[in-house]
Design a protein around this ligand. Structure first.
Ligand code: FAD
Length: 495
């Protein structure tokens, strides 16, 4: 496949499907969230997957000897010792990664969503942040804002429920508790942290972060100093490598230039369009110049894919007017366990885990929470911090319905997708010391990689997919995901 043959708007479903067909598992050892590989387990080759599919269709569902396939498997990239993956897209308690502004919606919807109702129901969470949506700091600040609103409305001795123990809920609970309120945190999962999801495993040399883990040294300065106080290690990552089907380049200036020119064009139009349409209709996509042996289209594609790993949205869904405002320039990785931030904020606060709220009835005299356990809980006021995706799905019934402006905001804002895969190796198969790797022109969904060997010295690679690519990745089985990851890493083997 040449770089020229891949256009920005190409549907990559066929590619993912082909990968899924290529990899068929013979043996794998899978336990819980971690998949470890001690034996060669893939049968690869264009014919092998297809012939297995045919076999599946024609035979009785009884145990069959594993077919022998010739030629034998060939991956340029060795299999990792173990793998961990996220699946935020289908997670019932997030339903996506973070919120974004879709075509035709505006940041005003974030303000509408955070309006208190009757002085009884309050809202926080990243989707309600106007300054830093889709980030940990934005979530934390929204918790502080809501705690102050709630505190202004509360009477002495009021019982307050904070729904959700992510960054927003933990910060709000911490502040409300400091002010002397009677606070209970209700969390659906069996852990705190929400979209900060730190996994510790004896076989991994460092904590695995399946959710947030990148920070911006300027924007996130406050957060970084809090992490330092808590002794949580962060590391700068420097050096990037673009590598693809045709050639390598060190920097992609073509993509940012084309997007900036498309957004400038969109700003002059009478109505909002998607970033894709702005690129096409302004001519910026067509005008993107080739560079370092790579086509302009491929370089633009790479840049849009890396943006999608930051905001969770594909360019076809993103508002050209507001969708790319204030994107962080991530330049630090949290390598010492981000989850401690939330756990520390919740120290000493009553937190009920594995308790999903399924209904909220409210009036001007109080709030009644229906819990998934069948119980109900009466409180004076409630702060809702569940992700936008959960509200969009209608997983919590409100009685009465939320005001029209809240419902409009919930329906109008977008919920993006980012998925991540962590691979642990005994020794590196790569030779670059660049910390961030990007694929150009290959069509792989896992298009952005972090080389933790360059950051912490550990032989760990972390792959990211955003937007539509993340949605496709989320549907892959563990084995197909691994095949997809190894395929994506091929250009880096021996680089
Ligand atoms: C893969 C990924 C990568 C990211 N990368 C970064 C990054 O690098 N840097 C960055 O700053 N941000 C990043 N983010 C965004 C960041 O993680 C979020 O903006 C932030 O953590 C959101 O915090 P929150 O408190 O608003 O929501 P959450 O953390 O989602 O907390 C909400 C809580 O509500 C709970 N809940 C849901 N439904 C119910 C219910 N019915 N009853 C009770 N509880 C419920 C959830 O389980 C959850 O614990 C990333 C997100 C993802 C998914």
């Amino acid at each position: 496949m040449t770089g020229d043959s891949i256009s920005r708007n190409r549907d990559r479903t066929e590619h993912a499907h082909a990968l899924a067909l290529r990899a068929t598992v013979e043996v794998s050892e899978y336990s819980g969230a971690e998949m470890s590989f001690s034996r060669r387990s893939f049968l690869v080759g264009a014919g092998s997957g297809l012939s297995l599919l045919v076999l599946t269709a024609c035979t009785e569902p009884e145990p069959m000897p594993t077919p022998t396939v010739s030629p034998s498997p060939t991956f340029t990239v060795p299999r990792p010792k173990s793998m961990q993956r996220s699946n935020w897209t289908s997670d019932p308690y997030s339903r996506g990664s973070h919120s974004f502004i879709t075509v035709g919606s505006t940041p005003q919807f974030r303000e509408d969503l955070r309006q208190p109702i009757m002085g009884r129901i309050f809202f926080a969470g990243e989707a309600t942040s106007s300054d830093l949506p889709g980030s940990v700091l934005g979530a934390q600040s929204s918790g502080a804002r809501a705690a102050s609103e709630l505190s202004g409305a509360a009477q002495k001795g009021d019982r307050i429920a904070v729904i959700g123990a992510g960054a927003a809920g933990a910060e709000a609970a911490r502040l409300l508790s400091l002010q002397g309120h009677d606070v209970i945190v209700i969390e659906a999962r069996n852990r705190v942290g929400g979209r900060i999801d730190t996994r510790e495993s004896k076989s991994w040399p460092l904590p695995i972060e399946l959710g947030a883990w990148r920070l911006d040294k300027t924007t996130d300065a406050v957060l970084l100093s809090r992490l330092a106080e808590l002794g949580i290690e962060t590391n700068p990552f420097t050096g990037s490598l673009l590598q693809g089907a045709k050639a390598t380049a060190t920097e992609n200036t073509v993509g940012p230039t084309a997007v900036a020119s498309a957004l400038a064009w969109a700003g002059e139009q009478i109505k909002d369009v998607s970033v894709t349409n702005a690129l096409d209709d302004s001519g910026a996509a067509k005008g993107a110049p080739d560079s370092n042996g790579l086509t302009g289209a491929d370089l633009l594609d790479q840049y849009l894919a890396s943006l999608a790993t930051v905001n969770g949205a594909s360019d076809s869904k993103l508002s050209a007017w507001y969708g790319l405002d204030g994107l962080p320039q991530y330049d630090r990785l949290v390598t010492g366990g981000f989850g401690t931030l939330v756990a520390d904020a919740l120290k000493g606060i009553t937190t009920s885990l594995s308790t999903a709220v399924v209904g909220i009835a409210y009036s001007d005299s109080g709030v009644s929470l229906q819990l998934g356990t069948g119980e109900s809980l009466k409180v004076d006021r409630a702060l809702i911090t569940v992700p936008l995706g959960v509200l969009q799905k209608g997983s919590i019934r409100f009685d009465p319905l939320l005001p029209f402006s809240h419902r409009t905001a919930i329906a109008s804002l977008g919920m993006g997708s980012v998925e991540t895969v962590w691979l642990r190796y005994d020794k590196p198969f790569w030779s670059t010391d660049a910390a961030a790797w990007s694929l150009v022109g290959t069509g792989d969904d896992l298009s952005t990689w972090f080389n933790l060997q360059a950051v912490t010295g550990e032989n760990v690679l972390v792959g990211l997919a955003g937007g539509d690519a993340a949605r496709r990745v989320s549907k892959l089985s563990d084995d197909d995901l691994l095949a997809s990851a190894l395929h994506a890493l091929e250009p880096f083997a021996g680089s």
